[in-house]
Design a protein around this ligand. Structure first.
Ligand code: T46
Length: 131
């Protein structure tokens, strides 16, 4: 089974343009406790390189693109997030890296929990031990 679980957000809108609605427990399969976005990532910079003990997230590039790598300790897969209607669901205990940000990239992330630094696993060997 693939690690890549997508959520296709239906584009709403009309002749004026498009709109995407992200709704907790509906288009997003959890209660959203936190929203953050990553922008202005400098050329050649990669981010992430960690996993979480207890955090579900949906990531979507609302503009621009970046390449998301997911790794569950057995399989490593990557995907371009390059559409404001393409969400990627990231579950617990999945190592993630973000690479190849376009200059205009805005990566929006919806999270199931409040920010908690103790939830991060930032060492890959420790991540493997947690599985
Ligand atoms: C993830 C990927 C996709 C906060 O204070 N509150 C927050 O909610 C977040 C997300 C971060 N921060 C602080 C912690 C650091 O001082 O912002 C700084 C940058 O965070 P970090 O280095 O963790 O950023 P990324 O891009 O490596 O990872 C982030 C999320 O932290 C992470 O949960 O899954 O994006």
């Amino acid at each position: 089974m693939s690690l890549l679980e997508f959520i296709n957000f239906p584009p709403l809108g009309d002749e004026r343009g498009s709109l995407v609605a992200l709704e907790a427990d509906n288009t997003v399969p959890f209660d959203i406790k936190r929203v953050y976005y990553i922008f202005n990532t400098q050329a050649g910079v990669a981010r992430g390189f960690h996993a979480h003990h207890n955090l579900k997230q949906v990531a979507v590039c609302v503009t621009g693109k970046c390449r998301m790598v997911l790794d569950d300790g057995k399989t490593r897969e990557d995907v371009w997030l390059d559409s404001p209607t393409k969400g990627l669901l990231i579950g617990d205990l999945v190592w993630r890296e973000m690479h190849d940000f376009s200059e205009d990239c805005v990566l929006l992330v919806l999270a199931s929990e409040h920010y908690d630094e103790t939830d991060y696993i930032r060492d890959y060997e420790e991540f493997l031990r947690c599985l």
